[in-house]
Write a protein that binds this ligand. Structure first.
Ligand code: ADP
Ligand code: MG
Length: 245
């Protein structure tokens, strides 16, 4: 694809002790691309996400963001985490802070914005995810779907270059899944670069530019959703799809 690469992994290998969890990973995500990562439990999807924003170190290979190797530590690492936002299965909001405070906090601490400026931006983002009227509540008062939308607004508040989603709807009741996917579809339409680990195949078909299928720490297929879903090449992918579709 002839787009500028934003995230590039080359020959990345990662071990947990003796366990080889990422094997010779080569992956390029272009600016504005949406890459959906699927695969069986334990195949390394979460680890892949966590290596991209340096929550995990790797033993070999290179990872670049916008042409720059990932920083090792210190201030640059905090900046990287702001530039590559992550949304987790468990929303990870601060329970003792209001929705507004949750979205403003890192803007003030990491981006060094004044509180008024941060709060103004937070309100805009909460409006975008349909939650402006919940700004002064505590997370526990919100539904799971609403909490996840707050987590997305919080990630967006850092003006990230890319967002990583690790099973963002897996902990949600079925009736809340769509409101979160709809926010993600909107982000995709607006050109956000996204890596999304999900079991929501409807989202993969409708929003992804590419589907990456992982098994046993390897990328087994990396193709358009049309090609992948209609004609998976590998036995692993065929087997996986036959179980979930
Ligand atoms: P997935 O997200 O595809 O289910 P993970 O990336 O979570 O897979 O895990 C890949 C493999 O690494 C699994 O075998 C898992 O048990 C193992 N693993 C994950 N995190 C750790 C950890 N912190 N320490 C040791 N092993 C881990
Ligand atoms: Mg996982």
């Amino acid at each position: 694809m002839a787009v500028d690469p934003l995230i590039e992994l080359r020959d990345v290998n990662k071990y947990y002790g003796d366990l080889h969890v990422l094997r010779d990973i080569d992956l390029t995500v272009g600016k504005g691309e949406v890459v959906v990562v699927i695969g069986p439990s334990g195949s390394g999807k979460s680890t892949l996400c966590r290596t991209i924003n340096r929550l995990e170190t790797v033993q070999s290979g290179t990872i670049r963001l916008d042409g720059q190797p990932l920083p090792e530590e210190g201030k640059d690492l905090a900046r990287l985490r702001a530039e590559v936002g992550m949304v987790f299965q468990s929303f990870n909001l601060f329970a003792h802070k209001t929705v507004l405070q949750n979205v403003s906090l890192a803007q003030i601490k990491v981006r060094r914005r004044k509180r008024e400026d941060a709060d103004r931006r937070s309100r805009e983002l909460l409006d975008r995810v349909g939650l402006l009227n919940q700004a002064d509540k505590y997370p526990a008062r919100l539904s799971g779907g609403q909490q996840q939308r707050v987590a997305i607004a919080r990630a967006l508040a850092m003006e990230p270059k890319a967002l990583l989603f690790d099973e963002p709807t897996s902990a949600l009741d079925p009736e809340m899944i769509n409101e979160v996917l709809e926010v993600m579809r909107q982000l995709a339409r607006e050109g956000m670069t996204m890596v999304v680990v999900t079991h929501e195949m409807g989202f993969a078909r409708s929003a992804a530019n590419r589907v990456v299928f992982m098994a046993d720490g390897r990328i087994v297929e990396d193709r358009s959703p049309e090609e992948f879903f209609t004609n998976p090449r590998s036995e692993r992918a065929k087997d996986f799809l036959s179980k979930i579709l």
